[in-house]
Design a protein around this ligand. Structure first.
Ligand code: FAD
Length: 490
């Protein structure tokens, strides 16, 4: 984990509580309208929205900087690392550099270090949001003592009491760690501690093939590390469209990742020379390091939830209603701590939505129709129904496809692996699902999303056949896929 602390000369109001403890020690209890616990995307979205609604807002954060796990040990470092690996891969594959005998060689920590600059920029930007909007930032760990009061504990600072009319719990999640795996061993990592790996491993076993497991398996393989990906289920990322799952499996395997399906661990044996993952099937997987990427737990411990009668489930997650209210209507919960979809994108909107509800805003929209963005190689993105779902629901649908290898832009960039697939109702021509893999899929999906979420009759495949696209672009894939789909309609 990268910790970028700021010195005492810092100008902005971040972590006021620790820095101005003496002054604040004069006050017994602070009162706000709205208090957010956690400054990840969920907390930030809620704090900013409540402030725009004219409320007096405070945000409590136990880490030394704002931004949440998202900025410091999850989304941002992993995506910055991926980009750095991508650049070195491109350089090493480029024929011009090859002829000049230029070869990019970097270690895992070198590449990871590039993330620090991005993290610092993100922290600076986000601190500015709290500053400009006059949201008080309070450093320390929040614990409920009664339904309208929290205590903030910070080492070396006076414990403070804060009362508020409403609260948002946006405390995020952490990797699930089974008791029988020794995470103190220097060869055993989870997605948080992997960011402390101080060398390039020769091989890695990734246990758990969810989004995080698949993303890190891709990244490590692109660094030429030998990768074995152990999936506890029978397919990778089963929530995706089958054709996309097949494409991911094919490209990971083709790139050299060994994938094992339907395997459960029996025990983990870590020694000075490596880690052996003993599987219940009798197989043994030996690797230099092990990445445990099997599930996450909500950060609800030590929150004092028992004092307000909110009971988390066995994964530490909090149940909420459609307004993100817990069983205490004035206590909201958003982001990873409520479970699905556990995305930074959705967490931010959930926070805004919860605060909008508190402010009595009838225009706030439900957080639904969330696209997936999966940064494997190839990148994957999708929104809406899969073919499997539409078939089960007996919806009369058709398919239109564009293969990236047939697009001029992809040929020019050399990024020809990929496909855009549109699923649409064969009678109304309304888009029902969009599935994409290949370079920039996570961006490409949003063009289709903008049409698919229009009310009838504006959600129509005809938009793409009647629109002139820039040429050469990847966006053109929509016209190609739409025309391909229309050809199947009779
Ligand atoms: C490796 C990895 C890659 C990811 N990549 C993506 C991606 O590409 N795209 C995407 O959309 N999502 C991605 N995610 C998911 C994304 O990071 C999370 O969904 C998002 O961070 C959740 O936001 P949040 O606000 O709920 O919590 P967080 O961002 O985790 O923030 C929670 C904050 O609450 C603080 N906190 C906790 N308890 C207390 C307390 N008692 N008092 C005070 N403060 C407290 C924590 O210190 C933390 O700062 C990724 C996750 C991982 C692990």
């Amino acid at each position: 984990m990268r910790v970028l602390t700021r010195g005492p000369g810092k100008k902005r109001g971040c972590l006021t509580f620790a820095l101005e403890g003496d002054a604040l020690a004069m006050v017994d209890t602070l009162k706000f309208d709205f208090v957010v616990i956690g400054t990840g995307p969920g907390g930030e979205g809620a704090a900013m929205r409540a402030r725009k609604g004219g409320k007096q807002v405070a945000a409590v954060e136990r880490f030394s900087q704002v931004g949440g796990g998202c900025t410091h040990w999850a989304t941002i470092p992993s995506k910055a690392l991926r980009q750095a690996i991508y650049h070195t891969t491109l350089c090493n594959q480029n024929s011009i550099y090859k002829s000049m005998e230029v070869q990019a060689k970097f270690s895992f920590p070198d590449l990871l270090a590039t993330a620090n600059a991005v993290i610092a920029k993100q922290v600076d930007l986000r601190e500015g949001f709290y500053d400009r909007n006059d949201v008080a930032l309070l450093a320390g760990s929040a614990t409920f003592v009664d339904p309208h009061t929290i205590e903030i504990h910070s080492p070396g600072a006076v414990t403070k009491r804060i009362t508020a009319d409403a609260f948002v719990i946006a405390t995020g999640s952490r990797p699930f760690r089974p008791n029988d795996v020794d995470f103190t061993h220097p060869r055993i990592f989870d997605s948080d501690t992997l960011l402390t790996l101080d060398r390039t491993p020769t091989s890695i076993a990734v246990y758990g093939a969810g989004v995080v497991g698949c993303e890190y398996a891709s990244m490590m393989r692109n660094m030429q590390v030998r990768v074995q990906l152990v999936n506890t289920r029978d397919k990778l990322l089963a929530f995706l469209d089958d054709e996309i799952i097949d494409a991911l499996s094919y490209h990971l395997s083709e790139n050299g990742v060994r994938i094992l399906h339907k395997e459960e661990y029996e025990r983990v044996e870590a020694t000075d020379s490596g880690v052996i993952l003993h599987l219940q099937s009798g197989k043994k997987i030996r690797s230099d390091v092990l990445l445990w990427a099997n599930g996450r737990s909500g950060n609800t411990e030590n929150l004092g939830l028992e004092a307000i009668g909110v009971v988390p489930n066995h994964r530490g997650q909090i149940d909420v209603n459609e307004h993100y209210q817990t069983s205490q209507p004035h206590v909201y919960a958003v982001g990873d701590v409520v479970g699905y979809p556990s995305l930074a994108s959705a967490s931010y909107d959930q926070g805004r939505f919860a605060a909008g509800h508190f402010c009595g805003d009838s225009n706030h929209r439900l957080v639904q129709d969330i696209p997936t963005g999966i940064y494997t190689s190839p990148e994957i993105s999708s929104i809406g129904k899969t073919e499997r779902q539409l078939t089960d629901e007996k919806v009369p649908y058709e398919v239109g496809k564009a293969m990236f290898k047939h697009l001029a832009r992809a040929q020019i960039t050399g990024q020809t692996v990929g496909m855009l697939k549109l699923l649409f109702h064969r009678e109304t021509l309304a888009l029902l699902g969009i599935h994409c893999f290949g370079q920039n899929s996570a961006e490409i999906i949003h063009i289709g999303q903008a049409i698919m979420l229009q009310p009838p009759p504006n959600n129509t495949l005809r938009y793409f056949t009647n629109t002139t696209f820039n040429y050469p672009t990847m966006a053109e894939a929509y016209r190609v896929a739409a025309l391909n789909g229309m050809n199947r309609v009779f």
